[in-house]
Design a protein around this ligand. Structure first.
Ligand SMILES: [Zn+2]
Length: 101
């Protein structure tokens, strides 16, 4: 096993896990419940970690996450054609009126 990714936010780690698993790479999250140990342990040591089970998958997993994170950074807000509301890039529907992109 080899550590692929870590972040203090569980949502980021589980989001990364979703993308890696979707690509057919077997992975697990370690330290999922270690946050309560912060204080006795260094906070950084309590962050959840995403590990690939087979080290041969590490390079493919890393390349995949790099591609995903770069795509997320390139995403931009969009303006609804129906109501003119500005929506964050994470939304596929207008949060105000429900219209599609
Ligand atoms: Zn709208």
């Amino acid at each position: 096993m080899k550590k692929l990714y870590t972040h203090e936010n569980h949502l980021f780690v589980h989001n990364a896990k979703h993308f890696v698993e979707e690509a057919g790479i077997c992975c697990i999250v370690k330290n999922a419940y270690l946050a309560g140990g912060a204080g006795d342990l260094s906070p950084f040591d309590t962050w959840p970690e995403l590990w690939v089970v087979n080290e041969d998958d590490y390079a493919a997993g890393l390349a995949l996450l790099k591609k995903v994170f770069e795509a997320q950074q390139d995403a931009t807000d969009w303006v609804c054609k129906q109501c003119g509301e500005t929506n964050g890039s994470a939304f596929e529907l207008c949060w105000k009126c429900g219209a599609d992109l």
